[in-house]
Design a protein around this ligand. Structure first.
Ligand code: PMP
Length: 326
């Protein structure tokens, strides 16, 4: 769909995948006035297709738009667009184990001008791509590099929304992590460089203790981390399973000494793409450590199965999280 100041949203349509024509002066190309979402459609055992909590993505998209001074796509229009695309692409929803159709709604400023101000013209698009199982050969812990040089988000910045610029800023630290043999970057807060925030595209959870008494701790939504929909779902699922879940600040020192002392038994990251990924080796300038003996933890795997079972329709959807495409 297109937007013009004075006209509003118009021209919503389904078209074949093709290159876009953009004016070389399009504001998004110069000033990153660009936001996006990521969600998935899952083939259900009864042959239907469902998306997972799309209303949460629509609501976050509106918050992202407002932070980037863009006119938000109405939530109903966002949801109708996702439904229409999934319906049209039904045959592209894979049915293999843990396979999905990944959906990427996004909005960019297309008006051409060279001053810095919010644009008057926008494009809202949704593209789709079949996605294979994230761990085709079984779940493997990822190694992480704690970045003490770069931050992902600063107070008052854009860290709590999904805008393109956040990810541009994360490329260099990611390259640095890769050069050190690590899969992902762990970001600390920008002010004290002390508190753990999240990975470049996933939220974090720490497991304290084990068995039925295990407790979960996740960094609180400080305003500089993205409120993940997977994070929110896992807080609910863990509480359903009888575990205590606390949202609070966690320092790098607490994480490292907790792991070393055996207080923190598991650490995992979560997000739409990987669902849950256990963390293994952690590298930091102030000392490396190994989480959970380098193997996926029990609660990590139980929560992973629990969420995947709901998403793939293998158990009852007691929270009403699945949205069936009629
Ligand atoms: N943090 C960041 C920075 C992300 O990009 C993502 C992916 N959207 C997440 C966390 C996880 O969010 P969600 O569970 O909604 O996919």
């Amino acid at each position: 769909a297109r937007y013009e100041v004075g006209r509003g949203w118009y021209d919503a349509r389904l078209t074949r995948y093709a290159p876009l024509q953009l004016d070389p002066g399009a504001a998004a190309l110069h000033y990153a006035q660009s936001i996006f979402e990521g969600l998935k459609a899952y083939a259900q055992p009864d042959g239907t297709v469902a998306t997972f909590r799309p209303e949460a993505n629509a609501a976050r998209f509106v918050r992202s738009a407002e932070r980037l001074a863009m006119p938000p796509v109405p939530e109903q229009a966002f949801l109708a667009g996702v439904d229409a695309l999934v319906d049209a692409d039904r045959d592209w929803v894979p049915t293999g184990p843990d396979q999905t159709l990944y959906l990427r709604p996004y909005q960019l400023a297309v008006e051409s001008f060279l001053g810095v101000r919010p644009a008057h013209e926008y494009l809202f698009l949704i593209i789709a791509s079949p996605a294979g199982a994230y761990f085709p050969r079984g779940v493997q812990p990822v190694s992480v590099y704690v970045s003490e040089d770069y931050v992902r988000a600063a107070p008052g910045g854009t860290g709590d929304v999904k805008c393109a610029g956040n990810y541009a800023a994360s490329l260099l630290p990611q390259q640095q992590a890769s050069a050190l043999g690590c899969d992902q970057v762990v970001y600390l807060d920008a002010v004290e460089k002390k508190y753990i925030e999240e990975l470049g595209g996933m939220n974090l959870f720490f497991v304290l203790g084990s068995g039925a008494d295990a407790e979960l701790v996740t960094p609180e939504l400080s305003g500089t981390l993205l409120p993940g929909i997977t994070r929110d779902s896992l807080i609910t699922l863990a509480r359903d399973m009888g575990h205590r879940v606390t949202e609070r600040k966690v320092t790098l020192d607490e994480w490292r000494s907790g792991v070393t002392d055996g207080v923190i038994t598991e650490t995992f990251a979560c997000g739409t793409a990987a669902v849950i990924t256990p963390l293994g080796e952690a590298k930091a300038r102030t000392g490396d450590f190994l989480v959970g003996a380098g193997v996926p933890g029990t609660l990590t795997m139980a929560l992973r199965e629990s969420l995947l079972d709901i998403q793939h329709g293998r158990v009852a959807d007691t929270h009403g999280w699945l949205h069936r495409i009629a």
